[in-house]
Ligand binder design. Structure first.
Ligand code: C2O
Length: 522
């Protein structure tokens, strides 16, 4: 295995988007930032230089970080933030993982412009469990705000409200031609093959776990999720739109096929004389079309290969996590908040990040008073008021954990993408309505393995994972505005006793106690 080294300089970048020229925070002057491209088993070293005016961290979303929890990245969970003019070097490796993941800032709202792809190919001598593609095109879907995104978030927190919605969707940082003042369109060229037919996707992996081939004309991704899909270029030579729209089970469809809420890229056949003609718009599902989303999500199956981890059949820790949205009295220090502030909870606990020490730092130094290890295993009786606290759920090393994630029908019909750091979990079952124990059959044969599950609005999902990675692991809604209002929890996986199952000493340059951060000056 090799060592892949990168330098990420996070700083200001000038960009024109939606009729305005603004400065954003980006990595190495690129949006999206540089793709990390490695082979399974490689070591990865990323020196992050903070040349921005904001505190920041970078998270390697979906990388398991086995025995390197300090390299995971969420600010105040596994490290103190890297202050302006400081640097920190993330060191970890990627054994046993193949496919496409991504990386992003994990502090304030910076993720909106500080993100990129993280591609893990099989190691030399190994091959994909599908025909190797002729060409790979990484595509990162994003959202664009006209305002400074750090201000968007802090204004919302001050006012006790959710942040304003984004002004555009993007494909590789570009809005495409359907928006007013589109800056540019991401275009990629392909070689035509000979047969003629429509384009379909064959999904071969999600969240860096192989799937058995699902054929579909629509890919469904929630924030945080990744998909590897094959496309055969066997349509009539020409240009085709790849279109991205929001899908939401809350609002009825207001999106026509050509309005300014659709990001587009263009797939262009080389040598085609019709390449510059107006590409045809695909027919998109309505934004309220739950059937399409469910057909995609419920149709995914894991690829059962020899040596792939099997689904554990016995459960040691069984929990329900009920998602809650509601209100709390305004924090008196938030002067623009009047009356109540929007808040979210898991099992009635609105999660608050600590401020004096990261959770991992407090754990490793035995500092008391930073968190309580009494996160409840189920929801409180209905009507119990929400509490604000820093609670973790402790898990014995190697315990098998099953979690029923319930998005109550009584609360809202918004889909919450719940992301677990440090693990991939098996998705055993999911459905709409309230989960009824015993009334559901689990897929213990070939469930899909993911790091982020879109829990349907007014629905549920059952996930199972093995707590075989000691550390502090954030589990939270991947809709960025829901993190500061408390839609998260942290799992603390204890050390094992056998050799190689306990955390070694953290690296000397890592900072976990934040009263006097002392990352190296950059
Ligand atoms: Cu991709 Cu904690 O996030």
């Amino acid at each position: 295995a090799a060592t892949a080294k990168y330098t990420f300089t996070v700083g200001s970048m000038r960009i024109s988007q939606l009729c305005k020229t603004t400065d954003i925070i980006a990595v190495n002057g690129q949006l999206p930032g540089p793709a990390i491209e490695v082979n399974e088993g490689d070591a990865v070293v990323v020196n992050v230089i903070n040349a921005s005016p904001y505190n920041l961290t970078i998270h390697w979303h979906g990388v398991l970080q086995l025995l390197t929890p300090w390299a995971d990245g969420p600010s105040m969970v596994t490290q103190c933030p890297i202050q302006p003019n400081s640097s920190f070097t993330y060191r970890f490796s990627v054994p046993g993982q193949e496919g496409t993941l991504w990386w992003h800032a994990h502090s304030s709202f910076l993720r909106a412009t500080v993100h990129g792809a993280f591609i893990i190919r099989p190691r030399a001598g190994n091959s994909y469990p599908f025909p190797a593609p002729d060409k790979e095109v990484p595509i990162v879907l994003g959202e664009w705000w006209n305002q400074n995104v750090v201000d968007v978030e802090s204004d919302a927190i001050l006012a006790g409200q959710l942040p304003v919605e984004s002004d555009a969707f993007t494909i590789n940082g570009k809005t495409g031609l359907l928006y007013q003042c589109a800056n540019d369109t991401f275009t990629f060229d392909v070689e035509p093959s000979k047969t003629l037919a429509g384009h379909n996707f064959t999904v071969v992996a999600v969240d860096a776990g192989y799937t058995s081939n699902l054929n579909t004309d629509t890919l469904v991704l929630a924030p945080g999720q990744t998909v590897d899909a094959l496309v055969t270029t066997n349509a009539a030579p020409g240009s085709y739109y790849l279109a991205v729209q929001a899908h939401d089970t809350l609002t009825p469809s207001t999106m026509a096929a050509s309005d300014a809420t659709t990001a587009t890229a263009i797939l262009n056949y080389n040598g085609s004389t019709s390449a510059n003609a107006t590409p045809a718009m695909p027919t998109m599902p309505a934004s309220s079309d739950a059937a399409t989303a469910n057909a995609f999500y419920f149709g995914l199956r894991g690829l059962t290969t020899p040596g792939a981890p099997a689904v554990p059949t016995t459960v040691d820790v069984s929990m329900t996590i009920e998602l809650g949205l509601g209100q709390l009295p305004c924090d008196p220090s938030q002067t623009k908040c009047s009356g109540n502030a929007v808040a979210a909870s898991m099992n009635g606990v609105s999660f608050r990040l600590p401020s004096e020490a990261s959770l991992l730092g407090a754990h490793l130094t035995g500092t008391k008073g930073v968190f309580d290890a009494d996160f409840p295993d189920g929801p409180p009786p209905s009507g119990t008021p929400m509490t604000v606290a820093t609670k973790v759920k402790s898990l014995k090393y190697n315990s098998v954990v099953e979690v029923v994630l319930q998005n109550p029908t009584a609360v809202a019909t918004e889909n919450h993408p719940i992301h677990l750091h440090g693990f991939n979990f098996f998705v055993l079952a999911q459905g709409v309505g309230n989960f009824t124990p015993g009334g559901v059959s689990y897929n213990l044969v070939d469930p899909v393995s993911r790091n982020t599950i879109a829990v349907p609005g007014g629905g549920w999902a059952v996930i199972r994972f093995v707590a075989n990675n000691p550390g502090m692991w954030f589990c939270h809604c991947h809709l960025d505005p829901h993190v500061p209002i408390g839609l998260g929890v942290v799992f603390h996986v204890e050390d094992g006793t056998a050799p190689g199952t306990a955390l070694p000493a953290p690296p000397a340059d890592w900072v976990g106690q934040c009263d006097a951060p002392h990352y190296a000056a950059a």
